[in-house]
Write a protein that binds this ligand. Sequence first.
Ligand SMILES: Cc1cc2nc3c(=O)[nH]c(=O)nc-3n(C[C@H](O)[C@H](O)[C@H](O)COP(=O)(O)OP(=O)(O)OC[C@H]3O[C@@H](n4cnc5c(N)ncnc54)[C@H](O)[C@@H]3O)c2cc1C
Length: 312
Amino acid sequence: MAKPLVYNATLVERVDLTDALCLYRILPDERPAPGWFTPGQYCVLGANNEVKPELGSVRRSMSIASAPEDGGPIEFYIRYVGKPESDNPLTHLLWKLKNGDRMYMRPVAAGVFTVKDTVGVDDPRLRVMVAAGTGSAPFVSMVRSELRRNPKADLSQWVLLHGASYAADLGYRDELNRLVAEHGLRYWGTVSRPKDSPGWHGDVGRVEQFFAPDRLGDLEARLGLPPGGFTSKSAVIFICGLQGTIGTTITNLCARGFVPDHKRMREALGVAAEQPATLFYEQYDTEPVIDIKNPDVVAPLAAQLAAALKSL
Ligand SMILES: Cc1cc2nc3c(=O)[nH]c(=O)nc-3n(C[C@H](O)[C@H](O)[C@H](O)COP(=O)(O)OP(=O)(O)OC[C@H]3O[C@@H](n4cnc5c(N)ncnc54)[C@H](O)[C@@H]3O)c2cc1C
């Protein structure tokens, strides 16, 4: 049993978007120094189980959705996990909290899922951000930060593809649509259960299907690229979410020369050590992204990737 946490933060505001999706705005007692995190990083939230103290405390990583330049509370975009794996799920404790309640937030950011730590801030290619569910949080932080630093920022280098089951689950939609209208952000939401989303006229299907071979031409047209132009020469990929989204995006994009950053995956795909990575991901669950030990899975992908890299 994890020992009780000493609370060091206050939930100042929760915004329930649906029954299972909520924004948490949390203020640590000790304000971290300005610039204490880079957009794309996460920190650890925690709580003690007050109802069943015998279960102790629980801590989980959560991506930061606010911008480092924002003063005040730190924002998180959190999904209630209906079928938890542990007997003391954090999201079930978080859902009981109300404004003003105390909790734990480790005021230290972690992770290298940032532009700075991957391709570098001067990389001129399109930054294609692929998000499933609450996986949009780090990307919201990134584009917000661009605007905080330059209120007139041109966001046309940023492409956000956001998938959810229902239209109501596409959190931040209004804010992102404003960035489309005013700053040139390229943003498309997609809904995998359109029949249950009356009034939805946008894209349908899971977000990783934007990269299906028969749909890449459409994405290229939207991005102003010529047919076949969506490659690791024109774009870099950032994916955030659960295993299915990450694995299928990688599988779909090997033929376009996108090289995963993950060390063992690179080795399995036969990528030379000096080949720079162009596809980065942050995974919220623990399922293997791709079965890299299975030659039937890896061999065709390795062949596609090698052929694509040769032709670029
Ligand atoms: C770096 C990092 C950043 C994260 N950022 C966020 C975030 O911004 N927002 C967020 O909602 N979650 C985020 N998560 C997931 C989060 O850490 C927890 O795993 C999740 O909240 C479930 O915790 P729990 O204690 O309620 O459930 P537990 O019973 O402990 O279950 C944990 C398991 O739930 C599954 N799971 C995790 N996330 C989801 C999900 N979204 N939908 C369905 N199943 C899931 C996984 O299999 C995970 O192993 C992040 C995870 C990591 C590693």
